[in-house]
Design a protein around this ligand. Structure first.
Ligand code: NAG
Ligand code: NAG
Ligand code: NAG
Ligand code: NAG
Ligand code: FE2
Length: 484
């Protein structure tokens, strides 16, 4: 071996050794990773009103801000919403299973509201129900020549082994970073969005600009939300408590614009509800509504958790805005009040994963819980707990407030991965036991898969259930063989 090459290879060996020593010492201290990735980002400014991403569709009174969400408990209905700017027009949806062939009609309702000196357009909401599972539907809305056409795909019927891919987006806003996140999400192949609160950031504006920025956001997300359901949950930017403008009714713009199927899960408020989709049971909570013992949200959650049937929907997912485990300086400890009330249930019912937003960064926890503390006992530290959910914060959609760059040091033992970059996540359910999770960072305009792992189902992962599953498969194989 020539001398130069030899020294180089020795150098390499030393480097490798140093690397292992370093990484071993990191493991001894903290198991988690704080990524030091230096990201390039656009300034956190909202996209100007006259930008093409907010373009108003052509034609008199043409429908705009079209979005859909699941309309029932099991996925055989959608709620279609849109705005007509000039006059009420029709709230009718024509739909069918082949292009331009609209065999069916559903009739919706129209509403409007004011916010300070802003008057909304005519907001149409139409429930389209009795749909077939796993079917592509085409739909048409609007009057005369100004009609517009879209399509969506219904989910497969509830079944424990049905694959399904969800996207998770939070704190989106309407900046160029938001646009990058949205475009990257749309390349992901995911079939529905779980949105973890803080939509438009319109409350950063004053007077009639609040309403105007809700409108631009509706036109902004239409490119995805008109074609696949976005499951909504509320964040603090939806509260819009603005006494200086005479506006004090919480969630006024949000509740007028983003309906949810709360009645289908026996909820008394659109702010918390549940749906089932393919092999997942999704529970949506409101961080900004009363949730302590005996409140409607608490009573409802208690009942809804009892309704979860992991034999039919193995995957139990909870959405909320404020993260319960967060080691960022931003919003530190804000999730403690909800943790004190609900964490025990999340562990008892073996929730698979809890997605939150609020903190403008990405963080993932190990399975941990902190449920042994009582005011007369000192046992108050998060500890490893196989029954606990994984907590994931994806408040990194890209809104105008910028990134939450300051993580607390040292990284707590429960924190597995954290990074202050914009991006989105996907959860790709494979079957009742396995799901693939990805966090995708926005990097120089590209989408880069960054934090990825296999999520093992909490219910079907137990030894007992695994044995049962094996027997079940054996039986179905024997059944198939004996039927020959
Ligand atoms: C809603 O629309 C109706 C019909 O055009 C109009 O009379 C009413 O004033 C509007 N309401 C609000 C709150 O602007
Ligand atoms: C609403 O009020 C603000 C502040 O008084 C003013 O600048 C704006 O032009 C008004 N907009 C409308 C639509 O009246
Ligand atoms: C509180 O915790 C302490 C220490 O773990 C335990 O001994 C005690 O029984 C607990 N009390 C109640 C009321 O649960
Ligand atoms: C579930 O999916 C995982 C990942 O694709 C695969 O390895 C496993 O064999 C599947 N299990 C069953 C029971 O099909
Ligand atoms: Fe927030």
């Amino acid at each position: 071996m020539p001398k130069v090459v030899e020294t180089q290879s020795m150098l390499l060996q030393v480097l490798i050794l140093v690397f292992f020593v370093l990484s071993a010492s990191v493991k001894n201290g903290n198991a988690g990773i704080t990524s030091t990735f230096i990201r390039s980002e656009w300034p956190s400014n909202d996209i100007p009103l006259d930008h093409e991403v907010f373009a108003v569709p052509k034609g008199h009174n043409a429908p705009q801000q079209v979005h859909i969400t699941q309309g029932d408990y099991n996925g055989k209905a959608v709620i279609i919403s849109w705005v007509t700017p000039d006059e009420p027009g029709t709230s009718k949806v024509q739909y069918g299973v082949s292009k331009k062939n609209y065999d069916f009609t559903a009739e919706g309702a129209v509403r409007n509201y004011t916010f300070y000196n802003y008057t909304s357009g005519y907001i149409h909401q139409c429930l389209v129900d009795g749909l077939e599972y796993d079917t592509k539907y085409y739909y048409k809305i609007g009057n005369g020549d100004s009609y517009r056409e879209f399509w969506f795909q219904t989910p497969p019927k509830i079944n424990p082994d049905t694959p399904y891919k969800f996207g998770i987006i939070g704190d989106l806003g309407q900046t160029y970073n938001s646009l990058a996140t949205l475009e990257h999400y749309m390349q992901s192949g995911a079939q529905a969005v779980l949105f973890v609160g803080d939509l438009a950031y319109a409350d950063r504006y004053m007077y009639n600009d609040v309403g105007i920025r809700w409108d631009t956001w509706g036109r902004f997300v239409e490119r995805s939300a008109a074609y696949q359901p976005w499951m909504w949950s509320v964040g603090n930017h939806e509260i819009e408590y603005m006494p200086y403008l005479g506006e004090v009714i919480p969630f006024k713009s949000y509740l007028n614009r983003y309906p949810t199927p709360h009645l289908a899960s026996k909820s008394s408020s659109p702010l918390w509800y549940a749906i089932r989709r393919a092999s997942a049971h999704i529970i949506v909570l409101s961080s900004y509504s009363p949730f302590v013992k005996y409140t409607p949200e608490w009573e409802w959650l208690q009942e809804e958790l009892e309704r979860v049937d992991r034999e039919k929907t193995p995957w139990l997912i909870v959405l909320m805005h404020v993260p319960i485990y967060n080691s960022n300086e931003a919003h530190f400890m804000e999730g403690e009040s909800m943790r004190a009330v609900f964490e025990e249930w999340f562990v008892h019912y073996k929730v698979d994963v809890i997605f939150a937003g609020h903190v403008h960064a990405y963080e993932r926890s190990y399975r941990i819980s902190n449920i042994h503390y009582n005011v007369s006992g000192g046992d108050c530290y998060p500890a490893a707990d196989e029954s606990a959910p994984v907590y994931i914060t994806v408040g990194d959609g890209g809104n105008q407030e910028g990134l939450a760059e300051r993580f607390r040091d040292p990284q707590p033992d429960y924190s597995a991965f954290r990074e202050a970059s914009y991006g989105h996540s996907t959860l790709e359910i494979k079957n009742r036991t396995h799901a693939l999770y990805h966090w995708n960072r926005n990097d120089d305009g590209k989408k880069v898969p960054t934090d990825a792992f296999v999520l093992h189902n909490q219910y079907w992962g137990s030894n007992l259930r695994r044995r049962k599953l094996k027997k079940h498969h054996l039986r179905s194989v024997v059944g198939r063989v004996s039927s020959f």
